[in-house]
Design a protein around this ligand. Structure first.
Ligand SMILES: Cc1ncc(COP(=O)(O)O)c(C=O)c1O
Length: 385
């Protein structure tokens, strides 16, 4: 590809780009037209800001099959959401079942609680391409198993866990799902899948801006808040309120970002989640087929098909992945990510630790021509000096 061609963004697993125009337009309008502090005052701007948050909460609840929008909590990203769940639900002596494909947003808080709170961690056997076997779960559940934590779609290999099968085998444990890579692309229904705690990030498949995310907590379940402070409610008490979602939303929220996230969700509704999924599946299929024809390349993860996300990990004989990413960017204008993708556990599971992989992650706004360009570039690199 000539240097003058527009750059190609293939790092949608990190954050989606571009965002739909309505996301920028909504945020631009909101910051121009209203002050953005909700729930603190009775004046019209504050009420308008409260409406932005309320409408976003309703959209999120509906999107994830949650009957009550007060169970939706906004956070700054999925990392914060997962931390609330892990710190807020586990007590000393609890057992946690998780997988070998988890992100450090899950592994770091768990390893910390292993040391400081005496929780016991069990990692389910994880196949590099197929992930975990849901039938393993009932065999490993014990009386003290409080949580099962599952990465729905791997940010390293694209492998997808069968949530409905896992949800129906969870026994008395709670099911927590890291939906960072799947929300907005794959169906996620809390009720149907038996999910107790669903954590999402706003800036990937939901097309919101960075600094947005959240979680949905099943009715009847409470988690200790991670932070405390002003909520705009029950201000006469110095103790943190118990009511949802206020108990988890201390401090002035990111109203601007949440407004942008709502515009992202509206875009998905208008376009059709299934249309988005099919387009990404098509591009991923093209990519995988082409990669299979390039000498010296190894793809780590599942082959094409409906049961995978769009993250594709690869290594090339004789080239470091850092070198590959640099060459793609500098010589061909193609943006991809190299390394461990904040998921050393996943790389240990697939045998690519510590060097990691080159990750290509197409998104809804990529085209067939862009996939052909990256394939041509990798072909040239594999043949050339
Ligand atoms: C599976 C998974 N979990 C967690 C995260 C963390 O996302 P965020 O940085 O938005 O908190 C990511 C994003 O890289 C991810 O892919």
């Amino acid at each position: 590809m000539p240097q003058s061609s527009p750059p190609i963004y293939l790092d949608n697993a990190a954050t989606s780009f571009p965002k739909p125009p309505e996301v920028a337009e909504t945020m631009h309008r909101l910051i121009r037209e209203i002050s953005l502090s909700p729930g603190r005052s009775a004046h019209r701007f504050s009420l308008a800001a409260s409406r932005v948050i309320f409408e976003a909460r309703e959209l999120v609840a509906d999107f994830f099959g949650c009957p009550d929008s007060s169970r939706v909590v906004f956070t700054s990203n999925v990392t914060e959401a997962l931390n609330v769940g892990i710190f807020g639900l586990l007590t000393p002596g609890d057992r946690v079942l998780t997988t070998g494909m988890e992100h450090n947003s899950v592994m770091r808080p768990l390893r910390h609680l292993e040391k400081t709170r005496g929780i016991h961690l069990e990692i389910l056997p994880t196949d590099p391409t197929d992930g975990i076997d849901p039938d393993d779960i009932p065999r490993r559940l014990g009386k003290k198993t409080r949580l099962i934590i599952i990465n729905h779609v791997s940010n390293v290999t694209g492998a997808m866990a069968d949530l409905a099968a896992i949800g129906s085998r969870k026994g008395g444990a709670l099911l927590m799902v890291d939906a960072a890579q799947s929300a907005g692309v794959f169906p996620l229904d809390m009720e149907e899948m038996g999910i107790d705690f669903l954590a999402f990030t706003g800036h990937k498949g939901l097309f919101g801006p960075t600094g947005t995310g959240g979680f949905l907590l099943r009715k009847g379940l409470m988690a200790q808040p991670l932070k405390m402070g002003g909520t705009g409610s029950n201000s006469e008490y110095e103790e943190q309120p118990q009511l949802m979602p206020d108990c988890h939303e201390s401090g002035t929220p990111n109203t601007l970002g949440i407004g942008g996230l709502a515009a992202g969700l509206e875009f998905i509704k208008k376009t059709g989640r299934e249309t988005i999924r099919r387009h990404e599946e098509h591009l991923t299929g093209l990519l995988l087929a082409g990669l299979g024809r390039i000498p010296g390349l190894t793809v780590h993860g599942p082959q094409a098909g409906a049961g995978r996300g769009s993250a594709v990990s690869l290594t090339m004989a004789g080239r470091s992945v850092a070198d590959l990413a640099l060459l793609l960017d500098r010589r061909y204008g193609i943006m991809a990510r190299a390394g461990l993708h904040c998921a050393p556990a996943a790389h240990r599971s697939i045998g690519t630790f510590p060097q990691g992989t080159l990750r290509l992650s197409p998104g809804f706004f990529n085209t067939e021509a862009e996939i052909q360009a990256v394939l041509a570039a990798l072909d040239q690199i594999s043949a050339g000096p």
